[in-house]
Ligand binder design. Structure first.
Ligand SMILES: [Zn+2]
Length: 345
């Protein structure tokens, strides 16, 4: 038998709790509605989408897919925000592909676009992981996450009341050589486009330290580090950045696999930073995926799959619930997002 065919079924007899409705109505601070990551809701009926959100108890859904040029932003505002303003927030973005053409005027141009996005109804800014990995300037040079030429963008976001959801780097193992010691080997086999082995790519730490320097240099700007501050494998690192920068927050999207395999550290992290953590799924409005997150946050169930697929996608391990107390659940599910996202603009 090949290892990839191995499907061991756990013989543990432990508690299984079905959590179909969350304890408090969540604001999903990190998700998508577009074709690639969100389930293609541009072409599906809004009523069906609202039914799914209602079925999972989601009060408000942040759609980060406005970012690739304004025609997409406008379409999402028209399709979702306009008919159901209380249920959606649409974030805009920076079109980095214009840098070579705009040259030195790019940062200025990008801030003008942010102002237009704000007028049109966008409520925040999403920065995709290309920054620090792939974005190049007009000389063809890779742009660092904390490049000072971008300062006007972050200052304009602060001025417009745009929280910035920022994703830099990727799981730390994506930057390692792809060999028998790489814990994400199977996943990277399915997604060779996620291999960022360094060199030639910058190192993982260079990129995340760039994020730390960016966040500390712009205290007026509200940053939400996607996927547990972009370093879910090292909560001590994330905690230090949270300690240092009151303008920094994190969402938990797409990292139940990481959080749930270090349940003691994770539980302490949630108790210590209860007012800085935002709920998010990043899996589209899928009821099955929401239920896994609810189970993880609310129960002390042990050793369960963090995905809906037979073999969990990020690696062959299982997770443990962190049974958060009600006051922490309430903050994580919606109070923090309410304060940080909804009070702006
Ligand atoms: Zn995402």
């Amino acid at each position: 038998m090949n290892l990839e065919d191995f499907r061991p079924e756990s013989k543990l007899v432990t508690k299984t709790t079905q959590v179909s409705k969350p304890r408090f109505p969540p604001i999903d601070a990190h998700n998508h509605l577009g074709e690639e990551f969100g389930g293609g809701w541009e072409k599906r009926p809004l009523a069906e989408l609202l039914d799914q959100l209602d079925g999972s108890g989601i009060q408000c859904y942040v759609d980060l897919d406005g970012g690739w040029g304004e025609h997409i932003l406008n379409r999402h505002l028209d399709l979702f925000k306009q008919p159901a303003p209380e249920r959606f927030q649409i974030f805009g973005g920076v079109d980095w592909s214009k840098w070579p053409e705009k040259g030195d005027t790019f940062p200025e141009w990008a801030t003008t676009r942010l102002r237009i996005q704000k007028e049109r109804g966008a409520q925040g800014l999403k920065i995709w992981k290309g920054l620090g990995l792939q974005v190049i300037d007009h000389t063809g040079t890779l742009v660092n996450v904390d490049d000072r030429r971008l300062d006007p963008i972050w200052e304009t976001a602060a001025e417009l009341g745009f929280p910035v959801v920022i994703h830099v780097a990727d799981p730390a193992a994506f930057f390692d050589p792809i060999d028998e010691t790489n814990e994400r080997w199977e996943e990277l086999g399915r997604h060779p486009e996620w291999v960022f082995t360094s060199p030639p790519f910058p190192s993982f730490l260079h990129i995340v330290e760039g994020l730390a320097s960016l966040v500390s240099r712009h205290p007026r700007t509200t940053f939400i580090g996607a996927h547990v501050g972009c370093y879910a494998e090292n909560l001590a690192w994330v905690g230090r950045l949270l300690d240092r920068c009151p303008n920094f927050h994190v969402d938990i999207s797409a990292r139940i696999g990481e959080l749930g395999r270090q349940p003691y550290t994770t539980r302490r992290f949630f108790l210590d930073y209860a007012d800085r953590i935002l709920f998010g799924s990043d899996m589209g409005p899928s009821p099955e995926d929401y239920q896994i997150i609810y189970r993880f946050l609310e129960t002390d169930d042990e050793y369960f799959n963090y995905n809906t697929t037979p073999v969990p996608a990020q690696g062959r391990w299982y997770v443990h619930g962190i049974y958060l107390p009600d006051d922490v659940l309430e903050q994580v599910y919606f109070r923090n997002a309410e304060r940080i996202l909804l009070n702006h603009g």
